[in-house]
Design a protein around this ligand. Structure first.
Ligand SMILES: [Zn+2]
Length: 1087
């Protein structure tokens, strides 16, 4: 195999393969683990077939003439009855010798295992450095304090920042390659070449270090951009032949056999972490590498002289680049629709724009998995340590060109289900006996087909009406639920929204109350509506509070609203039923009058104390009295210290950071809120909390109810109308208008062999299987982890079915079903080839963020590192070709795992900087818990966009650059966003014309630091930048407030916090250092 034989770039995935013979017959392994019935069981007799809507445009429902799906190879494979959507193309786990699809062409190695070989440390060799070069380099090196004191175990950069160890400040302009990177422990080779990112991966060769002997030209590993280092040029991938012997740098302690490339480390003290035990005489000859990575030498198998190793720089361009991976995926997969027909297809990355065609599996917008190929046995899974998880966003918003799930109405009989496991009818169910019965694909139970659902089968065994029924041909669809699926066997009333406004002193003084009341007047016209309904069915109610609660009667027949005060907050009750929850249009005059009066009524308040739990209690009781589900919108400013249930005390204590008690900062200080949340869930009462704190408010405790009820928390610290109104109002509008499913229960069923064992997200669980959500909005995800409970089968694969029972915003009870079929493998390489790193990181971050509730943060971090090392070591051991231990080999699909994991490790929750408050950490912790994959991706690795590099006419989003200070040019302007924050960084030597056009001031020094709004100027640059900002904001679920940061300004420290490839002020490792550390961990596991 050689590098140039890599898979065609156009088809990185889904290489057509012969059918999956036998797929159809293998469903349903053992009956065995049957799933207990849901609380809402429905009989399935006598359904009326048919669904409400016409087939979607663009989705063909008509069976192809042959009765088989499109270009089906199914029948060719032996005339077996085949499932329509399956058994054709795109089966991914072919024989290992074939070229497999993978994210990047050109990436595979031995046995088709995509291997990314990387030098772990440094070694930009190409043409071996001459001694003089090396000397020059050494002379220019700086050994950072952190390096010198590098702890032997905790790894690089994990300690607290050593002062002076990383001049993170103001070293702009020092970007040239040869320069010592301020934050890097490792040093750059002076001769390092500029990035060669543009080189197509195929052409690049990753010459792994040789272990000598004849080896397969395994170097098919994609060369990382820039890996060349003068090494084999991009066009000479396979350097199996001997390159010139490498010169040893002066001072090198290498004693290895001929050939080990020079170690840059050798004489560099302080780099022992990476090098430990490296200089191996053990390594085989390395002659074959003129390659970029003769890096091997550094990692020998014998302990080296640790203390004497110099820091060395691993060239940042030589390590896997998130930007490159994102770009490649966009180029390779962005142009063609992702068709979900085949089992186990890895979807395009979340950063790629692509269209989805549902042909039997749920769109990746609804479900993404950590791997689309699951090990057949639990032993394999344990060995690999790759978490098997699905990130499910059941009500995800779809782009306009993709149809919402069809609603199927089976009439009084309700949806058709398996008698035993209660799985819903889906494309994977197999009809037998001429269509009179069907075998459940989840539990294998044979069920009778009710007479009214009967249909004949075609010669392939497929129902002839398969394409006319969403539940037989699509991955996602909805069923109208019958009364059996409703609480108390009664169809629900439409939900209600209750606005509960803090009117204490701070809320009034900041202008919040006035702003909010004014906004609500118009916002109430935009409550969620069902489909094309003219008006929203949602009723609204209003409460204001400080130490006491004020309820308002806004009945349409009243001339003026009436206030009722409840001061007995210990025993909350709702003083009125009639007139509290009203239709907006009917009561508009009264509501408007109320909203006008509220700011005036409390204008002179002196009350600073607030209650909190009684407010939620009141809202919940009101919904209970009205017998409906709903949502509370709480606008709250302070720690609730007034005497009342749920009263809190200030227990913030930063001294607990890095102690075993740090976890208490994340735990609620009283269990009262959990109890309250449970009652809310039972009532279908979801709580969205808008916080406006001027100081510590104990977000960890206040967010318990929102978190357990599927709600959201928004936080606007030190809120001031003039600075923050745009952000708040934008979030509020979006939040109020969001489509929400109320009073929901979600269940994930799986085929025999695996089962859902763990769940993460904003919800409540009272048993081990049902995820209860008082509310579930379009942005929320539920993460589900799976474990084996039996052996899986390669032929039958593994199936997931997520069923969400909910009440729509019009009060209709529905079931939304998402189905997904995954492949199963007996070769670990197949697992590694079908992983999704973004999804893995999403899972791992959530796992870690939950872990801090119960374990010391350091333990959580160590666990993540160990797991990552195990994942990569397992790959190295079982899937990669044998090669020098000095070489870091990463699976192609996981080559970004280290960089992303490092971002998680150094995030505020796991490694807070001095400026991060306890509330910030608790806030972010709960936010991440229900983020989808796209959100965690940009949150942990922000997007950094250069603004003046591309032609001004080009208004499309410019290609991002890596999040590192080195990538900033002082002559340019950059936008940085992570989904929550948005910065505009202005270099000190930006052209004056640019400054004028963007800021309307004459020079850089006149730009106001911290500016949050760009002037609206009529010139192309101003329009372009403002357009880009608008565009970025539209992509995110929360409004990102802009902060203009000038180079070398104080605010820049804040900005640099987001340059995640660099070492952080809080001691977080740079990417380069972390990669080295990870390599060391892997080597330890392998030795
Ligand atoms: Zn079943």
């Amino acid at each position: 195999m050689n590098v140039n034989q890599s898979a065609p770039s156009a088809l990185p995935y889904g290489q057509p393969q012969p059918v999956y013979p036998g797929y159809q017959s293998s469903y349903g392994g053992q009956p065995g683990s049957t799933v207990p019935p849901t609380p809402y069981e429905a009989s399935y007799n006598g359904p009326l077939p048919g669904y409400q809507q016409a087939p979607p445009p663009g989705v063909s429902r008509a069976p192809p003439p042959s009765g088989a799906p499109a270009p089906s190879t199914a029948q060719a494979s032996g005339g077996q009855a085949t499932y329509g959507q399956f058994g054709q193309g795109d089966v991914q786990n072919g024989p290992s010798s074939t070229v497999q699809m993978q994210r990047h062409p050109g990436s595979q190695l031995f046995g088709s295992a995509p291997v990314l070989s990387q030098p772990a440390v440094v070694q930009p060799y190409g043409p071996p450095p001459t001694s003089s070069q090396v000397s020059a380099q050494l002379a220019g090196m700086r050994i950072s304090g952190a390096t010198a004191s590098a702890p032997s175990h905790s790894g690089l950069g994990y300690g607290s920042p050593t002062s002076g160890s990383f001049p993170n400040s103001g070293l702009y302009g020092s970007y040239p390659q040869g320069q010592v990177p301020p934050l890097s422990l490792a040093q750059g080779h002076p001769g390092a070449q500029p990035p060669q990112r543009s080189a197509p991966p195929q052409a690049s060769s990753f010459t792994p270090p040789a272990s000598g002997g004849p080896r397969m030209p395994s170097m098919t590993g994609p060369l990382l951009p820039g890996q060349g280092f003068g090494g084999p040029s991009m066009s000479q991938p396979n350097h199996v032949s001997s390159p010139p012997p490498q010169a040893l740098p002066p001072g090198s302690q290498m004693t290895g056999p001929p050939g080990p490339p020079p170690s840059m480390h050798s004489s560099q003290p302080g780099y022992q972490l990476q090098q430990n035990g490296s200089f191996g005489s053990v390594r085989g000859p390395q002659p074959n590498y003129g390659s970029p990575y003769p890096g091997a030498p550094t990692f020998g198998s014998q302990p080296g002289p640790p203390q004497s190793l110099p820091p060395k720089r691993l060239d940042p361009d030589a390590i896997p680049s998130p930007i490159q991976v994102i770009e490649d995926d966009r180029n390779n997969r962005g142009s063609e629709p992702f068709v979900t027909g085949a089992r186990g297809q890895v979807p395009p990355l979340v950063t790629t724009n692509f269209q989805v065609k549902d042909q039997g599996n749920a769109s990746p917008r609804y479900i993404r998995c950590t791997s689309y190929n699951i090990p057949c046995t639990s032993d394999m899974a344990k060995q690999a340590q790759v978490p098997l998880a699905a990130i499910i966003k059941p009500l995800a918003r779809l782009p306009p060109e993709e149809a919402s799930p069809y609603v199927v109405d089976h009439g009084e009989s309700g949806p058709l289900r398996c008698n035993r496991c209660k799985a819903y009818m889906c494309p994977f169910m197999q009809f037998i006996e001429g269509g009179r019965r069907f075998q459940c694909c989840f539990c294998s139970c044979i069920n009778d087909v009710p007479p009214q659902y009967f249909q004949h089968l075609d010669h392939t065994g497929k129902r002839v009406d398969a394409y006319d029924r969403p539940e037989l041909s699509l991955g996602s669809y909805e069923f109208l639920a019958t009364v059996d699926y409703c609480k108390n066997n009664k169809f629900p009333s439409p939900p209600a929204f209750i606005f509960m406004i803090d009117v204490s002193y701070n809320a009034i003084r900041s202008g919040l109350v006035r702003l909010l009341c004014e906004e609500l007047k118009s916002l109430l016209d935009f409550l969620p509506r069902e489909g094309s309904a003219e008006e929203s069915a949602i009723r609204v109610g209003f409460v204001t509070y400080n130490k006491v609660l004020h309820f308002y009667n806004v009945k349409s027949s009243l001339a003026q609203p009436q206030m009722m005060v409840v001061s007995d907050v210990a025993d909350m009750f709702v003083p009125l039923l009639d007139g509290f929850l009203v239709n907006v249009n009917e009561s508009r005059t009264v509501i408007t009058s109320l909203l006008d009066q509220i700011p005036e009524m409390f204008a002179d308040t002196r009350e600073t104390e607030t209650v909190f739990a009684p407010v939620i209690q009141a809202g919940m009781e009101a919904l209970k009295a009205a017998e409906c589900a709903g949502k509370l919108f709480l606008f709250h400013t302070s720690l609730p210290i007034a005497e009342a249930p749920g009263k809190l005390k200030n227990r913030d204590d930063r001294k607990l950071i890095n102690t075993d008690k740090e976890k208490t900062l994340f735990q609620p200080q009283t269990s009262a809120y959990q109890t309250l949340a449970k009652e809310c869930v039972a009532q279908g009462c979801c709580v969205d909390l808008f916080l406006f704190p001027n100081q510590y408010v104990d977000v960890a405790t206040l967010s318990v109810v929102p978190q357990l009820t599927g709600g959201s928390v928004y936080k606007y610290a030190c809120f001031q109308v003039e600075n923050d109104q745009e952000r708040f109002l934008s979030d509020l509008c979006r939040d109020v208008q969001k489509v929400v499913g109320f009073d929901a229960v979600m269940r994930v069923r799986t085929s025999t062999g695996i089962r859902a064992v763990d769940f993460f997200g904003a919800f409540y669980m009272s048993n081990t299987t049902d995820v209860e959500l008082a509310g579930l909005d379009v942005d929320k995800t539920v993460t589900v982890e799976f474990k084996h409970d039996d052996r899986l089968n390669e032929e039958s694969g593994a199936l997931l079915q997520c069923a969400l029972l909910y009440t729509s915003c019009a009060g209709q009870r529905r079931l939304r079903i998402h189905n997904l079929a995954l492949n199963c493998c007996t070769q670990l390489a197949d697992l590694y080839r079908n992983c999704e790193t973004d999804t893995l990181i999403n899972y791992m971050a959530k796992f870690a963020y939950r872990g801090v509730l119960s374990s010391p943060v350091k333990t959580v971090r160590d666990t993540l590192i160990t797991q990552c090392a195990q994942i990569l070591a397992c790959y190295r051991k079982n899937c990669a070709s044998p090669s020098s231990a000095g070489q870091l080999i990463l699976p192609e699909c996981m080559k970004l795992l280290p960089v992303y994991l490092n971002c998680v490790l150094k995030s505020d929750v796991l490694q807070p900087g001095a400026e991060v408050t306890t509330d910030d950490r608790a806030y972010v912790r709960q936010l991440v818990t229900s983020m989808d994959v796209a959100e965690t991706n940009v949150f942990f690795y922000p997007r950094l966009l250069p603004l003046t590099k591309s032609p001004i006419e080009n208004t499309t989003e410019p290609p991002a650059v890596r999040a590192s200070e080195e990538r900033l040019s002082s002559g340019d302007i950059y936008l940085l966003e992570n989904g929550l924050n948005l910065f505009l960084w202005v270099g000190a030597s930006v052209q004056q014309g640019v400054v004028q056009n963007l800021f309307n001031v004459s020079s850089f020094s006149h730009i106001t630091s911290g500016l949050s709004v760009l002037p609206v100027l009529d010139n192309p640059l101003s329009k372009k930048v403002r357009g880009l900002i608008d565009n970025l904001r539209m992509q995110r679920s929360r409004y990102m407030k802009l902060i203009v940061v000038k180079q070398e300004d104080k605010l820049e420290m804040l900005f640099k916090h987001f340059l995640v490839e660099d070492k952080s002020l809080s001691g977080g490792a740079s990417y380069v250092d972390f990669l080295c550390h990870m390599h060391k961990e892997i080597r330890q596991l392998l030795s």
